[in-house]
Design a protein around this ligand. Structure first.
Ligand SMILES: *Cc1c(COP(=O)(O)O)cnc(C)c1O
Length: 461
């Protein structure tokens, strides 16, 4: 056992050291990866250390440097040292963190981590929470709580009677919602047609007068799903105006803050999500802006009764201690790893100040990269970041818009192929743009300069 662990540690150390200088892109082709890993199911075994070496050696060219400081694609995040190390411990302990009885220490650590998260994000102290695999399952958990609560108002028990014959639920939301909201609704049997679109301004923020208008004639069970930062411009819905409108119609308000909810940890950025504390449920990720390793999502629900009712099994045979928290009462999973432990570690390592510093740093670097790119000949800024998301595009004299769409993609691919920095693209208002997303604690001023330098080089070439 220890030799395999030692090898894993050595590979990990090499990998982490390499993040500063190694290529950010994957260079192995799909065919190479298949060649390396495919083959018949082994008839006989192989020594554990060899297995570890084999996987590490053959995977490395097919991995992205997404844990490093020059990775700006999607919204990924890295892992702060204590969180990564704590994640190893969680694997080593190999506890089933389903209930207190099956791992007392995990239950207590996760309980504290959840309390700390609520405090960090300045959300109601009495809210309940769950550590899930990601925001996707956090949506499902929170929306299951919402479904319970809005149907209970109509005397309907979703847990007993299911959805057949239940009053129809409408989800009022903008077109700017993340796809995971829709998928969570599908998991819950609500279906795509339950979505009722609400108009936005040009940045994608829901318009209060539009919500008021859309809800005016409706008096059935309602959920209003709002956005704390979208992926393109980091646009946040005007919560302080929207939530009272929803509340007047007795709706449940759910907020997607996969990364944006962390704006609440920054005194400089908190105003962007002002009023969000008035909502009924929030979801966010540990594996994005908190920088704990995959996977970790968090659901927070300001109606613990609805939350518990939606998730609990309350089975008799699992010993339940009166005061301790059984995670299974709040999670969609049964057996599970204690993914709240790395969260505890990250918060203990950084403290409130450290998290705030990381959030502010990411926002500053995002702005610097966008402005730096914008100053290069042949590049233009599409959106100046207000949080940690910005957009740029590349243009050539005489090009049509369509040609510049293709050109932007070509330049982005050339930047990515350089191995010096890595970006992803999007369509914004019908035109292609390159996103600049900064969520990693490892990104430094030097990374920013190096990134702008490589883009300049690619554009010049
Ligand atoms: C990433 C993201 C999600 C999905 O979160 P997962 O952790 O990948 O499940 C949902 N909403 C937004 C805004 C996101 O950025």
């Amino acid at each position: 056992m220890s030799e395999a662990m030692k090898r894993a540690y050595e590979h990990s150390e090499k990998w982490l050291k390499g993040l500063k200088t190694a290529r950010v892109n994957a260079v192995a082709s799909e065919a190479q990866l298949r060649l390396a890993f495919a083959g018949p199911l082994p008839q006989t075994g192989c020594a554990a250390p060899e297995v570890v070496d084999y996987i590490a050696d053959n995977a490395k060219d097919g991995l992205l440097g997404s844990a490093g400081g020059r990775f700006f694609a999607w919204v990924i995040g890295g892992g702060v040292p204590s969180a990564l190390a704590a994640d190893w411990l969680v694997s080593t302990w190999d506890q089933n963190a389903a209930v207190y009885a099956s791992s007392p220490a995990s239950a207590v650590i996760e309980e504290v981590a959840g309390e700390w998260i609520k405090e960090l994000l300045d959300l109601p102290k009495g809210a309940s929470f769950a550590f899930t695999t990601g925001c996707q399952m956090a949506h499902m958990t929170a929306l299951a709580s919402a479904r319970h609560a809005v149907l209970a108002k109509y005397g309907w028990s979703i847990e007993d009677d299911g959805l057949w014959g239940a009053p129809q639920i409408k989800i009022f939301t903008s077109g700017n919602r993340h796809g995971s909201v829709e998928r969570a609704a599908r998991y819950l049997g609500l279906g795509r047609k339950c979505f009722h679109p609400v108009a936005t301004d040009e940045l994608g923020r829901m318009l209060p007068e539009a919500l008021e208008r859309e809800m005016a004639d409706y008096d059935g069970p309602a959920i209003v799903a709002l956005n704390a930062a979208d992926l393109n411009v980091g646009a946040c819905d005007p919560f302080a105006e929207l939530i009272p409108i929803a509340k007047q119609k007795d709706a449940w308000v759910h907020c997607d803050g996969a990364f944006g909810l962390f704006a609440r940890a920054s005194r400089k950025k908190k105003h962007l999500v002002a009023g969000i504390e008035l909502a009924d449920s929030w979801v966010t990720d540990g594996h994005k802006w908190l920088n704990v390793p995959f996977d970790c999502g968090i659901a927070i629900v300001n109606d613990p009764k609805a939350h518990r009712a939606a998730m609990t099994l309350a089975v008799d045979y699992v010993a339940s201690s009166q005061s301790a928290r059984d995670q299974m009462d709040w999670n969609p999973e049964w057996s599970r790893r204690a993914r709240g432990v790395p969260v505890y570690a990250a918060l203990k390592e950084m403290g409130r100040n450290g998290v705030e510093d990381m959030i502010d740093r990411c926002c500053t670097f995002c702005l610097e990269i966008v402005q730096g790119i914008g100053a290069i000949d042949g590049a233009e800024i599409v959106s100046v970041p207000t949080l940690n998301q910005g957009m740029v595009r590349f243009t050539r004299n005489g090009n049509s818009d369509e040609q510049n769409d293709t050109y932007t993609l070509e330049i982005m691919e050339a930047i990515n192929a350089s191995g010096e920095a890595f970006f992803s693209d999007t369509i914004w208002h019908g035109r292609r743009a390159m996103r600049v997303s900064v969520v990693n604690w490892r990104t430094t001023k030097k990374d920013v300069q190096k990134t702008i330098a490589i883009i300049t080089k690619v554009l010049t070439a």
